[in-house]
Design a protein around this ligand. Structure first.
Ligand code: 6A9
Length: 780
């Protein structure tokens, strides 16, 4: 009805912001905090990029010519298919320093980024990039050359001025300069001790996301005309982009300092440039490197417990998660049927233009924000820098709409859009995603309780929570109204497709566990045990917040205390979800195990016959528990609802440690080896994803409960401890081994061999390995 779809001003509700003060307007996020985070490596989708946290920034980036099958190829956006033998941030503090390593064949590129406030005058400070190009020394006879391309682009369209016409570096090191409202007059220079050849090309275009095409076209034209591999040394009128080609024999080093806020003689430009290049820059980078190590040691306390290889993986995990933090700006596309918007040709409406500062699961494949991934990321990040966490969680909560919904996948801006196939872009307002931000909020509350913060830090967190509480309350209510099941205290992920004729089991993308098997025939009778446990977490957390801040009267009428009690009621849980034959917790729904994919001849529109894999149901579905042991079955265990002296706890421990069911030498598999859907494809084209492979976020949750049950008094504490110890060392050993064998941390790990699978450089939740090393788990 109109009343539901539109707000008072007749604006469609799904694209109406939640009417409450924004978290990002809190004073804690202004002033020094905001300025200190202004510039950063906030372009995780490129191998190296710098920008500011502002919608139309000055952006910098790096490309280079790689070689594949004896052909030159441009490297720019991170791609798995580029097959770099390794790359990623080895050190990064999320604020003013990072060092990345990229290895292509026998060439090693090292990119360092550092900011300096010391003599700077412009907003956000000065910064510098150092690029070191080395030969691995495999073929020392033939000295190789490298071609780097460093660019500056003003997204706001401001004109850039080329430093000087023929780039005579004897005369001046100025590459390009410009002026912007945010930072005033700025300059960027190039300094090097090596013999280098430089060329340039300037463009005027509002589209910076296809820069690599521009460069490639320019190079190709030059190559055809003059038979040489160099940019044209020309620029278009009013260029807002400059690309500099820097070619030289390996090894070489270039320093690229950026200074801003320049106002005449008194600006000390020369002094600032020299402090951000050459030896002073080397010293600064060394100092930052030492500080990173010290902070790593302070935060995670690892050095006595682990060998240096393991420490190296821990460092790259946190470094790449921090270095992968991005800043995005744009509008999501939200599904609204054409029928509901008579004037439109599209099935979507645009969300309001929004900024998102967020970590990302994987720079090469998913360099954008994902709602439930983010809660896991922040478990790690707050321990490093809780202000970065508050800033990120604040951005996410400000994306809440008036209905209390937050879109799951954030594809904001042209660069982000260019990485996503059309059919995945639109977000469905009926779909949720686990409210994992409550995990980090609970951690923060525990940290306050355990006095891990200073008094003033504590006040910051509290003022954040106070403003956040209204939004969290609305978010909870969205789930608690739109995702409820038929019975009190039951929930199910809405939006599963009950008309599908192709899927072996209709997917549940909103749960985050995509193809994890649920009831074969989606219906209103379903109850999903994972969602019930997420709701318990959320209710419990809301209860803590309201109690802590004494703000019960400011929120909805929900009595969070009794909701939390209801959802953690062991008997009720067991009545709804426990199967005593298996000793396991299951979903409930309309289900039969007798479903198969079979090949069928079908007549296509053009009259031709083709073979298709279609779903066939042999049995009659019945309302019952859905007998698949796997991650979903262990949610009550993860939520610690099971009393420490319950024989059901022993059953869970037996299932976890059973090699024929759930256990592997590399971690716990996502679906039991005994399940009828273990490692089964869902469609012709969908390989098993959450049907066997090992995922780190769920392993972290289960491990953390094993740790908990090993500490509380009870008959199974020793058993818990033994399983905990072995699982923990299996997980660490396997991630470390894979890292040194392949150069990467992976999205998931093979259920039989432990090898990395899915996308690489997945330092999203796989980086939780670091918390497993340091044994940091939520205490509640
Ligand atoms: C498809 C790809 C070139 C799938 O880590 C992000 C999510 C998780 O939230 C979810 O739980 N991943 C997990 O099951 C990756 C999802 C990628 C979807 C985008 C388009 C094309 O990109």
């Amino acid at each position: 009805t109109r009343g539901l779809l539109f707000d008072e001003s007749q604006k469609p509700r799904v694209i109406t912001p939640f009417p409450a003060p924004k978290l990002m307007d809190l004073s804690m996020f202004q002033g020094d905090h905001k300025e200190s985070l202004y510039w950063g490596t906030y372009r995780p989708h490129v191998y190296f990029g710098v920008r500011a946290r502002t919608p139309q920034s000055l952006v910098a980036g790096l490309m280079w010519l790689g070689v594949k099958d004896e052909m030159y190829v441009m490297r720019h956006f991170c791609e798995n298919s580029d097959d770099l033998s390794t790359f990623g941030w080895r050190e990064h503090n999320g604020r003013d320093f990072g060092r990345q390593e990229l290895v292509e064949n026998d060439m090693i590129l090292e990119t360092s980024f550092v900011k300096s406030k010391e003599d700077s005058l412009g907003y956000g400070g000065d910064w510098a990039v150092r690029i070191d190009v080395k030969d691995k020394g495999l073929n020392d006879g033939a000295k190789r050359s490298a071609h780097l391309f460093f660019y500056l682009a003003d997204e706001g369209g401001n004109v850039l001025n080329l430093g000087h016409d023929n780039l005579d570096f004897q005369k001046s090191s100025l590459l390009v300069s410009g002026s912007r409202e945010d930072v005033g007059d700025w300059q960027i220079h190039l300094k090097s001790q090596n013999q280098l050849e430089t060329h340039y090309s300037g463009f005027k275009t509002p589209h910076i996301y296809n820069l690599s095409d521009l460069v490639q076209q320019n190079l190709a034209l030059q190559a055809r005309k003059f038979g040489r591999l160099q940019l044209s040394d020309t620029s278009e009128d009013s260029s807002n982009i400059y690309i500099f080609q820097i070619s030289g024999k390996l090894p070489f080093t270039i320093d690229i300092p950026f200074v801003s806020g320049i106002k005449g003689e008194s600006s000390n430009v020369e002094k600032r440039l020299s402090s951000l290049s050459g030896l002073p820059l080397s010293d600064l980078l060394k100092k930052k490197h030492r500080e990173f190590d010290t902070k790593f040691e302070e935060c995670f306390n690892l050095s006595e417990k682990h060998d240096s290889e393991t420490l190296g993986v821990g460092k790259t995990a946190i470094a790449n998660m921090l270095g992968g933090i991005g800043y995005f700006y744009g509008q999501s596309k939200i599904y609204v049927p054409k029928s509901a918007q008579p004037e439109s040709q599209n099935n979507f409406l645009l969300y309001w233009p929004a900024e998102l500062y967020t970590a990302v699961p994987s720079r090469p494949f998913f360099p954008r924000g994902f709602l439930w991934d983010e809660g896991f990321h922040q478990l790690l990040i707050w321990r490093w820098d809780f202000r970065i966490t508050l800033d990120i969680v604040g951005h996410w909560l400000d994306l809440l709409n008036i209905d209390g919904w937050i879109p799951r996948e954030q594809i904001l801006g042209a660069e982000a859009l260019s990485k996503v196939p059309e059919e995945f872009v639109v977000q469905y307002p009926s779909n949720g995603n686990p409210p994992t931000l409550f995990l980090v909020i609970r951690d923060l509350i525990d940290a306050i309780r355990m006095e891990k913060f200073t008094a003033s830090e504590r006040d910051e967190v509290l003022s954040f929570l106070e403003r956040a509480s209204v939004r969290l309350d609305a978010w909870f209510q969205w789930f608690n109204t739109s995702q409820t099941g038929k019975e009190i205290g039951s929930y199910f992920w809405h939006g599963r497709d009950n008309t599908t004729s192709r899927e072996l089991n209709p997917k549940t993308l909103s749960s985050g566990l995509d193809d994890y098997p649920r009831a074969s025939h989606p219906s209103e009778d379903e109850r999903h045990v994972d969602l019930r446990c997420w709701m318990y977490l959320a209710a419990d957390c809301m209860h803590s917040i309201t109690e802590f801040l004494g703000i019960e009267d400011k929120l909805s009428k929900e009595d969070y205390n009794s909701t939390a009690k209801l959802l953690s009621n062991f008997n009720l849980l067991n009545q709804m979800h426990y199967d005593s034959d298996h000793g396991a917790y299951f979903d409930f729904g309309n289900h039969t195990e007798k479903v198969k994919l079979i090949w069928k001849e079908v007549i296509q529109e053009n009259g031709q016959l083709s073979r298709q894999l279609v779903r066939k149901t042999y049995g009659k579905p019945k309302l019952k528990l859905v007998p698949h042991v796997g991650y979903v079955s262990f949610f009550p265990f993860m939520s610690r609802i099971i009393p420490p002296d319950s024989p059901i706890l022993e059953k869970q421990l037996d299932l976890i440690s059973n090699r024929s069911i759930f256990w592997s030498d590399y971690g716990l598999v996502s679906l039991a080896k005994t399940s009828s859907m273990y490692m089964k494809r869902n469609t012709e084209h969908d390989a098993p994803y959450w049907r066997g492979p090992i995922w780190m976020n769920m392993n972290y949750m289960i491990l953390s409960s094993l740790h908990h049950y090993s500490k509380v008094d009870g008959p199974y504490s020793e058993k818990s401890r033994a399983i905990y110890t072995e699982l923990r060392s299996n997980l660490i050993r396997n991630v470390v081994r894979n890292y040194y064998q392949t150069g990467y941390i992976w999205e998931q790990y093979d259920q039989v061999k432990g090898t990395g699978k899915g996308t690489r450089l997945f330092t999203g939740w796989s980086a939780l390995t670091l918390l497993i090393m340091s044994e940091d788990y939520p205490i509640f």
